[in-house]
Ligand binder design. Structure first.
Ligand code: FAD
Ligand code: UDP
Length: 368
């Protein structure tokens, strides 16, 4: 006899959980979403300070090439025309990101793509790297030694707390290298910030669905396991298995947020501080995501550190050791009949928002 109350229990109301819950609800199933935080939305949640949408868990800029994902989101919210074009501050000098002709001109005075390519090629030859094996080698072979030392090394070592020679090359492959004067940080066709904020998107996805916040799955695991036919788990996979093979490592970020009585503090939403000696990686000025004009402004300095119990596990550390450990947990997860694992924590992947949404839509189509 079926004694469960719901068809689906969704653990975590971040983008993965919210999208999956929406699809299940639309299909007529009964769904309960629980989240241990006091709010829904996971890391895209924003709080309103001085009438500005403040990205509580770090700046979130939506970008994608996937039209299906874009159209899906646009059925809940419209997006503004925000285009991410961060500026890097190294020892008081400013450089445009991602690496493009503006950056090369500021660094070397080169004015044409051929001059820039020649400069990079010369530095690549001098380094003797043919097959890049780690982030340092990948970076030098993509953009040369000068850019590596000025814009990458310090920032990356602060962000990941590890030497660039021990980090996987794919982390840096995320960033475009362009021989045009184009400061758009992303190559994707679609980009922007939801008009009305990310909370509006999450509220749209979860409309009509039962949600309990301040509710930790592990505080009453046996009860929650018996409450639904299937569980969608978007928390930490190692925690789900009681850390039986050991703990996966994460990076966390401490945000130091201040309201300032000036209209415009830094003239850009994102300014990265790439030198090692400055302890934060970047300063976010939230109002610029939405072209706001309030008399005040809110800024957040980001201080990355190693994750410890009690902090937010933001970035999976996909080095060899952790990838192998994740593999052991993933093998157990494959054998589960009634539990679906998804999202950044459960899949231990450095997913952007569009990829998480794509995965949730796929999981619904294939396993729901
Ligand atoms: P999460 O948003 O982490 O949601 C998981 C939810 O599960 C959380 O709400 C958590 O409270 C809940 N939970 C966990 N354990 C339990 C439990 N035991 N019981 C109950 N609830 C539980 N992507 C972009 O595309 N663009 C960006 O600019 C961008 N910037 C980012 C900046 C930072 C600092 C970070 C960390 C990520 C950024 N991302 C960005 C990635 C983006 O945040 C993720 O792709 C997306 O939010 C992941 O959604 P998720 O549902 O997998 O996880
Ligand atoms: N990065 C860097 N210098 C910068 C910005 C980024 O070296 O000024 C590197 C760094 O290793 C970082 C990676 O590029 O981890 C990816 O950067 P992105 O901005 O995509 O990171 P996220 O937004 O996920 O924190």
């Amino acid at each position: 006899m079926n004694t469960t109350q719901y068809d689906y229990l969704v653990v975590g109301s971040g983008l993965f959980g919210a999208v999956f819950a929406y699809k299940a609800h639309q299909a007529g199933f009964t769904v309960l979403v629980i989240d241990k935080r006091f709010h829904t939305g996971g890391n895209v949640y924003c709080e309103n300070i001085a009438d500005i949408n403040v990205h509580t868990y770090g700046a979130h800029i939506f970008h994608t090439n996937n039209k299906e994902v874009w159209d899906f989101l646009n059925s809940f919210v419209s997006f503004n025309r925000y285009t991410n074009s961060p500026v890097a501050n190294y020892k008081g000098r400013l450089y445009n990101l991602p690496f493009n002709m503006n950056t090369f001109y500021a660094l070397w005075g080169v004015k044409t793509p051929d001059e820039a390519k020649e400069k990079i090629e010369q530095q690549r030859r001098e380094s003797g790297i043919t097959e890049p094996k780690n982030l340092e080698e990948q970076a030098i072979s993509l953009v040369g030694k000068d850019i590596y030392e000025i814009l990458i090394k310090g920032y990356t070592e602060k962000q990941w707390g590890r030497k660039c020679t021990t980090l996987p090359a794919f982390i840096i492959k995320r960033l475009p290298v362009r021989f045009t004067f184009d400061n758009n940080y992303f190559n994707d066709l679609y980009q922007g910030i939801p008009i009305g904020g990310y909370n509006k998107l999450i509220d749209g996805l979860l409309a009509g669905i039962e949600v309990k916040t301040n509710t930790d799955f592990f505080a009453n695991r046996a009860y929650w396991e018996n409450t639904a036919e299937k569980i969608i788990f978007t928390g930490k996979i190692d925690e789900f298995y009681g850390y039986r093979f050991g703990k996966l490592e994460y990076r966390t970020v401490r945000f130091e947020t201040e309201t300032l009585t000036c209209e415009n503090y830094q003239g850009n939403a994102v300014v990265n501080y790439t030198e090692r000696e400055i302890p934060y990686t970047r300063i976010i000025e939230h109002k610029h995501f939405e072209f706001d004009k309030q008399p005040q402004t809110v800024i957040s300095r980001e201080y990355p550190s190693e994750w410890k119990e009690g902090a937010e596990p933001f970035y999976p550390v996909n080095d060899e050791k952790n990838s192998a450990l994740y593999g052991a947990y993933a093998e157990l997860a494959c054998k589960e009949k009634n539990v679906i694992f998804g999202g950044r924590l459960a899949e231990y992947r450095y997913y952007d928002m569009d990829k998480v949404i794509e995965r949730a839509l796929d999981k619904w189509d294939n396993n729901g």
